[in-house]
Each structure stands twice: as structure tokens, then as C-alpha cells.
Design a binder for this molecule. Structure first.
Ligand code: HEM
Length: 502
């Protein structure tokens, strides 16, 4: 009788319960054992947010690496994330297995902003096609070559005039440096140029800067989905989308004008080259991913990825040069000896400006404009270093773990441009120098950025001696500490005294 009841009633219940238990074990227990190690989650809705709650997020990340190794797991809210540290793991994931590790994860706010279009946030064939097109087109317009030099020189001269107007009084260089790098991108993207006091331009710059600043709070909505249902705009998500619309409205006007005035014999900027490609694809009746919407997002990507990063690197350079007069003197004597004063330093001088180039690389390594790269993902479950990384996990490449690894650099905390110069005096380019990332998703604008950095930094040092405000001494550490998407210096003021050529 008992067995009969067990058979007819309890057995299915027991089997169902066992199945649920097994499922829970696989999802929560056994499955997790295959995931990389990581700190325990006490409150699932928060994940490991408390472990990361420090202004300089590199500090907790360094501690976690020490505790869990080069591949560890974190929960950002409810989202599983895997941090990849150290050059070996970096190389294996993003270079050797770049096809798998070059995807982007889907994230609520980022998806709303980008709609998975453009280059930075797109993935798969759309990304491959457009990345290739953008690289070839920018190269044709002289990215990294001397054809673009004239445009950059124009911006260097404008920056210098603006610094001259400060009459050797202390000034904050941030706004004018941002204007300069934005103008280089505007020239390349649509042949544009903005005056330093153009009100629409200033509003666009302010909108982009505000979005960079708000990224921390608005991206919280990516990880804590319940926040998106709160009334008001506490996490600045609506504000962020409003700013994106404002900038895209301008880009769309530029595209309209280019379309109206299109002349196939006068393709001199990225927007015209893209319109040409759209026409070619249409003529051949191809099912195409080249659309006007995609063009708007790519120009937006160039604005965001190409303005702030380069501007902040120039600002760090100005701060380090002011704080380290010996370094500034050494760079000045190199420029004086190999370029002189009759003309601006040029790309052709690159092989003679070894110390200047090494200085720029050391700024990128030591100041770490980008200490954590953009989130990557995998398109399907992968096994990496013996661990399972499930599809759509957020993968965070920890650039700081490579750029400040004592096993690679010996004394990473010391600012020493000489580490990039061989005994024979040649510029070294170690593979661990990954400030521009490496592999399939490496920085699309690296050649342009390196060209801008060389021309702006060497031009400034040739023309001015950068000094602290009178009666003050300055040190880099005092101004360290603004962490958002980029790592930038706190606002600072310096004096620029024209050099006497004699
Ligand atoms: C000092 C200046 C710069 C630094 C340090 C820098 C750094 C980086 C890094 C680390 C990435 C890789 C992100 C990832 O993990 O996916 C990246 C991607 C990118 N960068 Fe730059 N960048 C700089 C300047 C520029 C400039 C001037 C442009 C202008 C065109 C640019 C355009 C891009 C684009 C479009 C991507 C996305 C590439 C892709 O997803 O395929 N960057 N950059």
C-alpha cells in the first residue's frame, strides 16, 4: 500500500524536486565551480559592488588579482563579469583568440545609446565591415602620414596663440586642449573647423564631457536593472540620452549638407567617402550595412573615442612636464638640436625625437588614460585557462595589470621615459605596451593619436617653458585622481613662458 502511494503520488513529486535541485546545483553550484574564482556575493542584487567601491578602482582590482589570479570573476550587480589580467592572459584572449574575445556584451544603457551600431559598440559582420572601411579611409586621408600634418599644425598654432593670450599668467589648459583635439577629428570626419568661442560647438563639447562624467552613474543602470524603473533621473540616464541626441542632431545636419553638395570628384573627408560607398553599394544592388544611421554613429564614435582620450593625454603631458623640469629640459634640448626654431616639429623628425616619443609612451603607460579597456564579450560559451566563460559575460581587460606589472617593467611606479630607449639610443616598442590595446579591437585611431601627441607636445615644448604659478611647486600626485571612463588629472593651472630663441 505504502509503495503504491509512493509510486502514484510521491514519486513524481520527488523526481520533480530532484530535477529542480539538480538544475539549481548546475546553475548555482556545480556550474559556478567551473567559472573563474572570485569574491563571494552576499547580496545578489548588489553583486561585488562593495569590493570595488573605491575612488581609484585600480586599487581593489590589484588586490583581487593578488587574491584570485589573472582570470577572476566578479558580479557587477547581477551581471557576471570576468577580469583578464597580466600580459600572458591578455595575449591569449585578445590576440591569439581574438575572434572569440572581440565581441561586445549587450548592456542596457550602452545599447540604448548605440543601438549596436557604429564601430565601438557594434559586433559581428557589421563591425568587421565598418572597421575595415574606416581604417582604409582614414589611412587614405593621411592618418599617421604627413598629409594630415598640415591640419594638425594649424591646430597646434591656434592652441599656441590661445596660450599666448594668457600673457604668462596661470591658466587651466583643459578647454583649449579639448577644442584642439576635437577640431582634428572634425577636420578628418567632415572637413569641419570650430572657433574656440563657437557657442554650438561649446555646447556639444559640454554635452560630451557631461556624458563622460555621468558614465559612472548612468552605467549603474546596466548592472542594476531595477534602477531603470525609478522615477526621475537620479542616474542621469535620460540626461545622457538627451546629450547624445543633441550631438547627433548636429552630425545629421552635417550629413544632410554633404549629401546635398556631394561631388564624386571631391571626396576629401570621411563623410563624403562613406556617402560614395553607400552609392556604390546601392548601384550594385547589394544588401548593404552601409546606411546613413550607421554613418551618424561612426562620426559620433570618432568624436567620443578620439577627442577626450587624446586631449587628456596632452593634459597629462603638460602636467608632468611642469612638475618634472629635468624631463622638460631634456625634451627641449632634443627638439632644439634636431628641429631648431624655424619651423614646427614634424612627423619626419620622429626618428630624431626619440626622447620625446619615449616620453609620450611613458605618459600613456604611467598616467594610464585608459586603465580598464572597454567591455568585451564572447559569442558563445568558451573555456579559457580551464574555466568556463559563458556567452555574453562582460569581459574586462585590465590594462593597468599589464602597464604597471613589476615583472614586465621592473619599477613601474617610477616615471622613466628611458625605459622605452635601447642602449643604442633607438626607440623600443615592447609588446606589453598596450595603452592602445592590441588584437582585433585595437585602437582604430592609434596612428592619428600618436601623430597628434607628437606634434602637440613637441610643438608646445619648442615654443614655451611650462611652469607652475609663481611661488608654487607642483607635483603630479597632487593632481591625480579623476576616474571615469578615462583617468584624468584634476583641474590644474600652469604658466607658459615663451622661450627666448637666443
Ligand atoms: C591617446 C589617445 C587614445 C587612446 C589611449 C586610445 C585607446 C583605445 C583603446 C584602449 C581602445 C580599445 C578598446 C577595447 O578594448 O575595445 C580603443 C578603441 C578605439 N579607438 Fe582609441 N584611443 C585613443 C585615440 C583615438 C583616436 C584619436 C581615435 C579616432 C579615430 C580613436 C578611435 C577608436 C575607435 C573607433 C575604437 C574602437 C575600435 C573597435 O571597437 O574596433 N581612438 N582606443
Amino acid at each position: 500500500m505504502f509503495l503504491l502511494v509512493l509510486d502514484e503520488f510521491y514519486l513524481p513529486v520527488i523526481v520533480t524536486l530532484l530535477a529542480i535541485l539538480l538544475l539549481l546545483c548546475i546553475q548555482g553550484g556545480l556550474g559556478r565551480r567551473e567559472l573563474p574564482p572570485g569574491p563571494r556575493v552576499w547580496i545578489p542584487i548588489i553583486g561585488n559592488a562593495m569590493e570595488l567601491a573605491e575612488e581609484d578602482i585600480r586599487k581593489p582590482l590589484r588586490r583581487l588579482r593578488k587574491q584570485y589570479g589573472n582570470v577572476y570573476r566578479l558580479y557587477l550587480g547581477t551581471r557576471l563579469s570576468v577580469v583578464i589580467c597580466g600580459y600572458n592572459a591578455f595575449k591569449e584572449a585578445f590576440i591569439k583568440r581574438g575572434d572569440e574575445f572581440s565581441h561586445r556584451p549587450s548592456m542596457f544603457v550602452t545599447d540604448m545609446i548605440s543601438q549596436n551600431k557604429g564601430i565601438v559598440s557594434s559586433t559581428g559582420d557589421l563591425w568587421k565591415e565598418h572597421r575595415k572601411f574606416a581604417l582604409i579611409t582614414l589611412r587614405n586621408f593621411g592618418m599617421g602620414k604627413s598629409a594630415l600634418e598640415e591640419r594638425i599644425h594649424k591646430e597646434v598654432s591656434l592652441l599656441m596663440s590661445s596660450i599666448d593670450e594668457q600673457n604668462q599668467q596661470p591658466f587651466d589648459p583643459s578647454a583649449i586642449v579639448h577644442t584642439s583635439t576635437f577640431n582634428v577629428i572634425a577636420a578628418l570626419a567632415f572637413g569641419g573647423h570650430f572657433n574656440y568661442d563657437d557657442s554650438r560647438f561649446l555646447k556639444m563639447l559640454a554635452a560630451m564631457n557631461e556624458n563622460m562624467r555621468n558614465l559612472g552613474s548612468s552605467s549603474a543602470v546596466n548592472f542594476f536593472p531595477f534602477l531603470r524603473h525609478l522615477p526621475g533621473d537620479l542616474f542621469k540616464m535620460k540626461r545622457t540620452l538627451h546629450n547624445v541626441d543633441f550631438v547627433e542632431e548636429y552630425i545629421n545636419e552635417v550629413i544632410d549638407k554633404h549629401m546635398e553638395e556631394y561631388d564624386e570628384n571631391k571626396v576629401e573627408d570621411f563623410v563624403s567617402a562613406y556617402i560614395k560607398e553607400m552609392k556604390v553599394q546601392k548601384e550594385h544592388n547589394r544588401a548593404t550595412t552601409f546606411t546613413r544611421e550607421q554613418l551618424c554613429k561612426i562620426v559620433g564614435d570618432f568624436f567620443v573615442a578620439g577627442t577626450e582620450t587624446t586631449a587628456v593625454t596632452i593634459l597629462w603631458s603638460m602636467l608632468y612636464l611642469t612638475c618634472k623640469p629635468n624631463v622638460q629640459d631634456q625634451m627641449f634640448s632634443e627638439i632644439r638640436n634636431s628641429v631648431g626654431f624655424d619651423r614646427l616639429p614634424s612627423v619626419q623628425d620622429k626618428r630624431d625625437l626619440v626622447y620625446t616619443e619615449a616620453f609620450i609612451m611613458e605618459i600613456l603607460r604611467h598616467a594610464q588614460v585608459g586603465f580598464l579597456s572597454l567591455p568585451h564579450s564572447v559569442p558563445y560559451d568558451v573555456i579559457f585557462k580551464g574555466y568556463t566563460i559563458p556567452k555574453d559575460t562582460i569581459i574586462l581587460p585590465d590594462l593597468d595589470s599589464v602597464l604597471s606589472d613589476p615583472d614586465v617593467w621592473g619599477d613601474p611606479e617610477v616615471f622613466r621615459p628611458e625605459r622605452f630607449i635601447s642602449k643604442e639610443g633607438a626607440l623600443l616598442n615592447p609588446e606589453e605596451f598596450i595603452s592602445f590595446f592590441a588584437g582585433r579591437r585595437n585602437c582604430l585611431g592609434e596612428s592619428l593619436a600618436r601623430m597628434e601627441l607628437l606634434l602637440f607636445v613637441s610643438g608646445l615644448v619648442q615654443r614655451f617653458q611650462l611652469l607652475p604659478p609663481e611661488g608654487m611647486t607642483m607635483c603630479v600626485e597632487e593632481y591625480d585622481g579623476q576616474f571615469g571612463l578615462n583617468h584624468k588629472p584634476k583641474p590644474f593651472k600652469i604658466r607658459a613662458v615663451p622661450r627666448s630663441i637666443s
